[in-house]
Design a protein around this ligand. Structure first.
Ligand code: NPW
Ligand code: K
Length: 776
């Protein structure tokens, strides 16, 4: 961890008071936007303000005014911090729950069988925990094993003997570690030109490999290799470098002023087999590096990086007679005793290949490597002046002509690129809420859904963010994709997602997370971590049969509908690209239009189900007809309102494809007109009834239009009248039934055509969103 030279916040003498509260980190918009460029925030101003508070009286006032309360749970806590490295490999407590027992080791000749509890490399922390692990590694640096020259040579022999490694394999990994460590500290933008001075042995071989990797990382390496070893391994490494057109500079042709020509000098002259005093030409080369160390600070000096041992140093005693003073030491396999005398700012360990038999045999305590890294910092953290910390971002330009017209598409494009780049948790976002008093608070949450409408995340409805949101629905989201020099800001208003949606998502989570959500009563003070663990255990037991874990009512999702997007791409010299999408004022009308259209659709959906339900339940009941008619009328009213508003709004805001829109719009109107008779059909039924009743009139030929079946015996007018009535009633029922079916079909058509057309309207409205992109 960097040492912070900037003044730090003040803490009261009574000490901070810490509440243990449960925190539970837990992704869908449609509107017009515009984008503009803003000047970079002057971080230095903040530091300047902070330094003014160094004034003593200010300190006193502040410390009195800011008494932080620490409600600690440690008194009841039974857990102790996990040691990063077991203090003694053989005394490691086998019951330590965090450490996995080592896999049974095959016994190799010359190596002890791995005893239970024998040391093994702690599992490397996941990426992203790097800074935490680095801090721990620094704290534990003193415990890292330092090897004698004899042990180093012996390990070398064993690796390349019974353990089956080949020298070129180890050299490749060693050289890669060196290049990785160099790249981690010396950024390409300021340190491009690298001179690698290689000695006659394997240390020189590591240098040749490092030169190749540095070339592929983007550096411009040159190699000085005065005593070439005539072995295929070395000549192969030389050929590889020649194929990359890497220059080889004879020692005598090196420029007089190395400072002017190189930004980094890699010392790969001697490693752990060095003895005595350096012989020519290395004596002179080492002397040149020594003289670089003594140049005054006013001259820009190249950084000296020593591979495994600062060349010329005694392998165990270190710098005994004014040797070179490297800025960086990359110890390989394990540091040698001389490394204890290294006082430079950057000490790294490389050579991530040490197998358990070596660890066991030599009782090696080594720090874990993080993620997939080939090197790890050991020793003290470099001292850092916070105000001088800056990256010179190198990224492709972000131009107005390149971004998508819709900010959601642009977001999804960047999101996909972050996923493709393998970033860890690209959906992590800082959520800022503001309570009713205007006090803001931020925390990281995980985006769980995004569509063309809004961003969704889930949380505890009892949390502070939830309280803030209930008081003030405005919130901001911030995505920061460091590795890509990108940031996205989103601002908008927040609402809860429907319960069914939360329910669905809740049950899609791992059972452990479901239980965690029940246990975690966020933002409430609890007695200690064990309270949570106990509650979790009880729930785990309760639901151990695999039964459904009910979603607590205090857990659910939020949806932020954006009103602003800002896409930031870091660039060199702070000339960043910052494009902002915002909405035009007309947006309110569009939103209203869409809402109306959606309401109309909703009603339509209702009326369709109503028709179905009614016709099933009351097959021929006339009341169904009335209901159908009135709901269709209602729907039509909604549609009509929607059309009026859609028309006036959409025409006014000059949609991007006016012809297409007009076409869709006309088609929509046309379709709406077609099924218009539909609601009237219900009343037509009465007309039919009248028509059917007409034949009963006295002056109408009673047999007209009626065919009597042969088996019906007609004797007098009364009989005829009776039979006619029966038949008429039957026909009436039949027709009524048919009429209802017709209605159903009619409204089905209306439903389908209107549904599609309303969708067209909605889509057209959304497409026509008046998005303004401005550079800030
Ligand atoms: N697991 C491991 O162990 C791994 C080890 N690796 C690497 O190997 C390095 C050890 O390599 P190494 O054994 O070849 O010895 P190294 O230090 O390069 O020098 C030997 C040469 O220097 C010469 N020389 C000596 N003194 C001298 C003097 N005063 N003045 C002039 N010359 C002198 C000596 O000549 P000699 O004295 O024998 O005549 C011989 O030619 C180790 O530090 C690490 O970098 C990694 O590659 C991977 C894994
Ligand atoms: K060296």
């Amino acid at each position: 961890m960097p040492q912070h030279h900037a003044p730090l916040p003040l803490v009261s003498s009574s000490g901070p008071v810490l509440h243990r509260s449960t925190t539970h980190a837990t992704l869908p918009l449609a509107t017009p936007y515009h984008s503009c460029r803003q000047s970079a925030e002057p971080h230095s101003r903040m530091l300047a303000v902070a330094s003014r508070t160094r004034d003593k009286s200010a300190t006193t006032i502040l410390s009195l005014a800011m008494p932080f309360l620490l409600t600690t749970a440690t008194a009841t806590s039974t857990t102790s911090p996990r040691p990063l490295f077991p203090s003694s490999p053989r005394r490691q407590n086998p019951t330590t729950p965090h450490l996995r027992p080592p896999p049974p080791a095959r016994r190799l000749p010359g190596f002890p069988a791995a005893a239970p509890g024998a040391p093994f490399l702690p599992r490397p922390p996941r990426r992203g925990m790097a800074s935490l692990a680095a801090t721990a590694a620094v704290a534990a640096a003193a415990e890292v094993t330092h090897l004698t020259q004899r042990d180093a040579a012996e390990i070398d022999e064993q690796l390349m003997g019974p353990l089956g490694f080949s020298v070129d394999q180890l050299m490749e990994l060693a050289g890669l570690s060196v290049a990785a460590a160099v790249a981690e500290v010396y950024k390409l933008s300021e340190h491009t030109r690298v001179l690698i001075i290689c000695g006659p042995g394997n240390n020189g071989g590591d240098g040749l490999v490092a030169a190749r990797h540095l070339y592929h990382f983007g550096y411009r390496p040159s190699v000085c290799y005065p005593k070439r070893t005539p072995k295929p391994l070395y000549s192969g490494l030389v050929t590889q470098l020649e194929s990359l057109s890497i220059p080889f500079i004879p020692a005598e042709d090196l420029p007089d002023d190395l400072s002017r020509e190189f930004d980094i000098i890699v010392d790969a002259m001697f490693g752990f087999s060095f003895h005595g005093t350096p012989r020519p030409p290395f004596d002179d080369l080492i002397q040149r590096l020594i003289s670089l160390s003594v140049i005054g600070n006013s001259v820009k000096k190249p950084a000296i990086v020593s591979v495994d041992i600062p060349s010329g140093w005694h392998v165990e005693e270190g710098d005994v007679d004014g040797g070179i003073k490297p800025d960086m030491l990359v110890s390989l396999t394990a540091p040698k005793l001389c490394a204890k005398k290294f006082t430079g700012p950057h000490h790294f360990l490389g050579g991530r290949f040490v197998p358990p038999p070596i660890l066991n045999k030599y009782g090696l305590k080594l720090p874990p490597y993080h993620g997939t890294s080939m090197c790890v910092r050991i020793g003290k953290a470099p001292s850092v002046d916070i105000s001088s910390l800056r990256e010179n971002y190198i990224s492709p330009e972000l131009l107005e002509s390149q971004v998508m017209p819709d900010p959601f598409d642009q977001f999804l494009r960047w999101f996909d690129e972050a996923v493709t780049a393998g970033l860890r948790e690209p959906n992590a976002m800082a959520l800022t809420t503001v309570n009713k008093e205007g006090k803001p608070s931020s925390r990281m949450v995980l985006l769980k859904g995004v569509d063309k409408q809004s961003f969704v995340w889930y949380t505890n409805y009892g949390s502070r963010k939830a309280r803030d949101l209930s008081e003030n629905p405005n919130a901001a989201l911030l995505f920061y994709w460091n590795e890509m020099n990108r940031q996205v800001r989103v601002e908008g208003s927040v609402e809860k997602v429907p319960e069914e949606e939360s329910e669905k998502y809740f049950h899609s989570r791992p059972r452990g997370s479901q239980l965690g959500a029940i246990v975690s009563k966020q933002s409430t003070v609890i007695a200690g971590r064990e309270v949570l663990q106990q509650a979790y255990k009880e729930l785990e037991h309760k639901y151990s049969d695999g039964s459904l874990i009910p979603k607590p009512e205090y857990w659910g999702g939020y949806r932020l509908t954006p009103t602003l997007f800002e896409f930031w791409q870091g660039q060199q010299s702070r000339l960043h690209d910052r494009l902002q999408y915002s909405q035009r004022e007309v947006d309110d009308n569009i939103a209203k239009c869409i809402k109306l259209a959606e309401d109309a659709l909703q009603q339509h959906g209702d009326s369709t189900s109503l028709i179905q339900n009614r016709s099933e339940a009351h097959h021929c009941h006339p009341i169904a007809i009335d209901d159908i008619s009135s709901s269709i009328h209602r729907v039509s009213k909604g549609i009509a309102d929607c059309i009026t508003l859609a028309e006036s709004t959409l025409r006014r805001i000059n949609p991007r494809e006016p012809e297409d829109f007009d076409y869709d719009f006309d088609k929509f109107i046309g379709n709406l007109e077609t099924p218009k008779p539909c609601p009237v059909r219900g009343f037509q039924l009465d007309d039919y009834d009248d028509y059917l009743l007409d034949p009963l009139d006295e002056d109408v030929d009673v047999t007209m239009g009626i065919e009597f079946p042969d088996n019906i015996k007609i004797e007098d007018a009364d009989d005829i009248q009776k039979e006619r009535r029966k038949l008429i009633n039957a026909k009436r029922a039949k027709r009524r039934h048919r009429a209802i079916e017709t209605n159903q079909q009619g409204s089905g058509n209306l439903y389908n055509s209107s549904m599609g057309d309303l969708r067209t309207i909605i889509n057209a409205s959304q497409d026509a969103r008046n998005i303004i992109i401005a550079r800030q």
